[in-house]
Write a protein that binds this ligand. Structure first.
Ligand SMILES: [Zn+2]
Length: 100
């Protein structure tokens, strides 16, 4: 438990609108504190279950991510879009509120 991967990317903060570099925490594929960037290939496990890090059946999949703004220190959730095994984009998830 507690393991996740990170994706370093620039994101606009939904709280203060400032675009800064984020280290998004997300759980997909092999969980081993892997540091991804946008455009990198995802390392899946050999497991059939997506929950256990296996490759999703659909070419495009979306995973939950979480990050904190370095400008206003508030947190928010993001969607990590993975397309054909490649981290395609990370977008703020306006449907969910952060904890702070
Ligand atoms: Zn902010």
């Amino acid at each position: 438990m507690g393991l996740y991967n990170t994706i370093t990317c620039c994101l606009p903060c939904p709280h203060c609108d400032e675009t800064t570099e984020h280290e998004v925490e997300s759980k997909f594929g092999k969980l081993n504190l892997i540091e991804y960037s946008i455009g990198e290939k995802v390392c899946w496990t050999k497991c059939d279950s997506v929950k256990n890090g296996g490759k999703p059946a659909t070419p495009e999949s979306s995973f939950e991510g979480y990050t904190q703004c370095s400008n206003c220190n508030k947190d928010f959730f993001v969607k990590v879009i993975i397309c054909d095994d490649i981290i395609s984009k990370v977008v703020p998830d306006a449907s969910r509120n952060g904890f702070i």
